[in-house]
Design a protein around this ligand. Structure first.
Ligand SMILES: [Zn+2]
Ligand SMILES: [Zn+2]
Length: 337
């Protein structure tokens, strides 16, 4: 199957944390955290539609200005998501610049900010370049099951974890099921390809009943043909269902039982896990004070979840030149060798 998206670290392991999920075919990308993003090519930043911020320590949020600068003239806006106090902090960032020239832009660049409260309610606000990014309130929404964003192709879910007496959000990108068409089966059944297949897939995704009828209209050398076929029958005979991938992002979390317990459920079924591994186990008391994971703790969390691929990141600069030790400790705890 062709890869539908690509998930990669924004920086090397000693750089600011962040993961870019690039959905090339949708001409769209999402970011988990936005620290230093100056290493990302502009063409990729221009695709960013949604930014999920774990918490607002500088190494996770300082790159917002860079994104804004690159995207300001773009005709599609950007959505941001963060923990408590996020909207006020974003408002302050936007208020730190003078916007008297933005009226000259042809486009109105719109930012929609989402702030997840402790009660699962999501406060929202809009900031538009035309008004100099004055805050406009939007109605609250509820993050059902922690889902912050849902599109036809994927959803992004979150849980708050404990980090220094505040929340750090972990994120899961969950692709929808892929629906493929067996071309050879179509031929066997004497059915054409065409836009009707897109409609069929749409109906299946929308949960239409099996006895719903699908109209197929096409031309052959013998003339026009028209058939009404049962959706359930088509589903069984010409469609293939491939489960989507799940990619998780976990950073800046204390190694406490309550976080480990919450992660066990949240990471279930993940294909790829990006997880911080900040300190070596020999410095675990320091890790505790800083409310970060050691490489060993990160490896154990990956192991408990049974993920297929795990990528450690957010290494402390105190280990510059000792990257291999962190990787080894992580691998050992993850794979047991
Ligand atoms: Zn950090
Ligand atoms: Zn932090």
């Amino acid at each position: 199957m062709r890869p539908i998206f690509e998930a990669t670290l924004v920086n090397r392991v000693f750089g600011d944390p962040g993961v870019l999920i690039d959905l090339k075919f949708e001409r769209r990308a999402i970011l988990f955290d936005i620290g230093d993003v100056s290493g990302l090519p502009t063409r990729k930043l221009l695709r960013v539609s949604d930014v999920f911020v774990s918490h607002t320590h500088m190494d996770h949020f300082a790159g917002f200005d860079h994104l804004l600068r690159v995207c300001l003239g773009r005709d599609t806006g950007v959505c941001l998501y963060g923990p408590e106090r996020f909207i006020a902090q974003l408002e302050h960032k936007l208020a730190a610049y003078t916007w008297n020239l933005v009226q000259n832009y042809e486009t109105d660049f719109v930012i929609i900010a989402h702030e997840l409260g402790a009660d699962g309610q999501v406060q929202r606000a809009k900031f538009r370049s035309r008004t100099g990014f004055l805050r406009e309130e939007l109605p609250m929404v509820q993050a059902e099951g922690g889902v912050l964003l849902e599109s036809s192709a994927f959803k992004v879910r979150t849980i708050p974890l404990e980090h220094h007496g505040m929340a750090s959000l972990a994120f899961a990108f969950e692709e929808g099921t892929h629906i493929n068409v067996w071309k050879s089966r179509l031929e066997e059944l004497g059915l054409p390809t065409g836009p009707w297949l897109t409609k069929l897939k749409e109906q299946v995704r929308a949960g239409a009943p099996d006895d719903a009828l699908i109209r197929v209209h096409w031309r052959t050398r013998e003339g026009a043909r028209d058939e009404m076929l049962a959706l359930g029958d088509l589903k069984a005979r010409v469609l293939e269902f491939v489960p989507g991938q799940k990619v998780c992002y976990v950073t800046d979390v204390a190694d406490i039982p309550q976080n480990r317990h919450a992660l066990a459920g949240f990471l279930h079924g993940a294909d790829t896990l990006f997880i911080e591994a900040v300190f070596l186990n020999e410095d675990r008391s320091h890790a505790q004070r800083k409310a970060h994971l050691t490489a060993e703790a990160a490896g154990e969390i990956a192991r408990a979840t049974g993920v297929r691929a795990a990528v450690p990141f957010h290494f402390s600069p105190r280990y510059l030149g000792r990257e291999e030790e962190l990787r080894r400790e992580f691998e050992q705890a993850w794979k047991g060798h």
